[in-house]
Design a protein around this ligand. Structure first.
Ligand SMILES: Nc1ncnc2c1ncn2[C@@H]1O[C@H](COP(=O)(O)OP(=O)(O)OP(=O)(O)O)[C@@H](O)[C@H]1O
Length: 485
């Protein structure tokens, strides 16, 4: 997914101070904030600018925020609307979520609480609205704001045929493939070609949310359902009624959650956590995983009844190394696309560079390819991409680069090995968390610094979404912006 573009947010509040705070908290070039002080003015801006998300105060001078919400949804249901409420009106806002609001935030709010909600809304908007263009579609003038899904090899042609066959049928689709093979982009293409294309599309990464939270994220909860549940919450199955829900990394879902998901798929109804009233829902499920679900069923970690329910139609995306000449097409396409985005002049790729790239096994598939091409372009000077511009340590590049990479890697690898060894011997617990945190801290700080603190660019380079980066920064106690040395 491309996160290089500015996100446009429409903020509607009659309090000029709130509008001012929003402009300060959401700076250019990551965000472009449009402001309005009335519902009528907001609607006008919405039609003129087609923003990516809306922040809407529930109490406006000319009409109720809830009436305005309905008007926004009637114009485009795919644009997430976040309601801003005072304490007295929170119940009303929560109720509005089952009517289509994306989320609500209670005033006064801290930027740290508000920004993840906004980023998640922007991410949702991008996934629903950014076109995933298949080869059979008009490519005369591919828009910069679209993702072209490339592929001519027989396995990809079969994937495109399958998308055509299954998109308009209201069945669950299971998308299988290694990491970075394009499962999310295929899910978006299915949604965008389905009869639900004008309704909401939400995605949940089942591996990124702890089990206890995932349940209330999917099904919602009643007030007082558990310690800390001081407000009712509306879950995705209620918000997405009539729409599509993409369950990414489904193979990582805990067994208890699998059972609850199976029930909602079979009976088309569920209860909020701590609730007893069944709620009907009509949600199309698209699911994806890079896990081997057949093996997971064999070892008992994935329920076979859920597998068959999700598997009304299966699509298997080939690894990049199995796509033959498609790799060459992608290399040329991404070099041209990223050069244009970086404002670099037209470039040509030296035949030896192409050979190195074609020989690489691409364990991280298309995402790895995109990362390598971006790094190469950032290093490149002049119009020809020679092998010397390929990233250090990039397999297949011999000579000084590989020597440097090997000695660099052996020093950090031996340091890492020594630290893990120490922890293993001294009886420490939580070794995995300690080591991952240490690695993430270095990686995030370095990439933030290399990108002058620009969050979009950092996410792009790391290959993670903005909500993921924000929550990781918070967990690690790091500040966004340029890290101090
Ligand atoms: N066939 C393709 N043509 C062009 N771009 C592609 C293709 N497949 C994937 N991409 C791009 O590669 C990147 C990774 O794709 P995507 O996020 O869909 O992979 P994924 O399989 O869902 O990864 P993960 O398993 O890690 O979640 C995205 O930027 C996507 O647009």
């Amino acid at each position: 997914m491309n996160t290089n573009e500015t996100n446009t947010l429409l903020v509607i509040d009659d309090d000029p101070l709130i509008l001012q705070v929003m402009r300060l908290c959401l700076p250019e070039p990551d965000y472009h904030v449009l402001t309005a002080q009335s519902a009528a003015q907001g609607l006008k801006l919405f039609v003129q600018h087609e923003p990516d998300a809306v922040l809407l105060d529930i109490q406006l001078p000319d009409e109720s925020g809830l009436t305005a919400l309905q008007q926004f949804l009637d114009l485009d249901r795919r644009v997430p609307v976040i309601l801003m409420t005072g304490h007295g009106t929170a119940e009303t806002a929560i109720g509005a979520m089952s009517g289509g609001a994306f989320e609500y935030i209670t005033k006064p709010f801290e930027p740290d609480d508000m920004l993840p909600v906004i980023d998640s809304a922007l991410e949702t908007s991008l996934m629903a609205r950014r076109p995933a263009v298949l080869p059979s579609e008009d490519q005369e003038a591919p828009q910069v704001t679209s993702d072209r899904v490339l592929g001519n090899c027989p396995a990809m042609v079969e994937v495109f045929r399958s998308i055509g066959r299954v998109a308009s049928r209201d069945v669950a689709v299971l998308i299988l493939g290694e990491t970075g093979t394009g499962k999310e982009v295929v899910a978006r293409a299915i949604y965008q070609h389905s009869s639900r294309q004008d309704r909401v599309f939400h995605a949940i990464n089942c591996a990124a949310i702890p089990d206890a939270l995932l349940e209330s994220e999917l099904f919602g909860h009643e007030k007082g359902a558990f310690t800390g549940a001081d407000q009712k919450r509306i879950g995705k199955f209620e918000i997405c009624n009539g729409g599509t829900l993409f369950l990414d990394e489904i193979g990582d879902m805990a067994p208890a959650m699998q059972m609850k998901l199976l029930r909602v798929l079979q009976e088309k109804e569920f209860e909020r956590v701590g609730g007893s009233r069944p709620i009907k829902t009509d949600v199309r499920i698209l699911a994806a995983t890079n896990r081997d679900l057949v093996a997971a069923m064999a070892d008992g970690s994935f329920r076979s009844d859920l597998f068959y329910r999700l598997n009304e139609f299966t699509m298997r995306l080939p690894a990049l190394r199995e796509r033959g000449d498609d790799v060459k097409q992608m290399i040329e396409y991404f070099f041209a696309q990223f050069a244009a985005l970086l404002g670099k002049p037209l470039i040509s790729i030296a035949p030896e560079t192409m050979q190195h790239l074609m020989r690489h096994p691409w364990p991280g598939n298309v995402r790895e390819l995109q990362g390598v091409i971006k790094q190469t372009l950032l290093k490149a000077s002049g119009p020809v991409i020679t092998p010397g511009f390929l990233p250090c340590g990039f397999a297949g590049v011999f000579g000084e680069h590989s020597v440097a990479a090997v000695s660099e890697s052996s020093s950090w690898e031996s340091g890492l090995r020594a630290r893990v060894g120490e922890l293993a011997i001294d009886g420490s617990h939580g070794i995995s968390a300690e080591i991952h945190d240490a690695v993430d801290r270095i990686m995030i700080r370095e990439v933030l610094a290399a990108n002058q603190g620009n969050l979009s660019a950092t996410c792009n380079r790391l290959g993670i979404s903005r909500p993921t980066l924000r929550s990781r920064l918070k967990q690690l106690g790091l500040q966004p912006g340029i890290p101090k040395r």
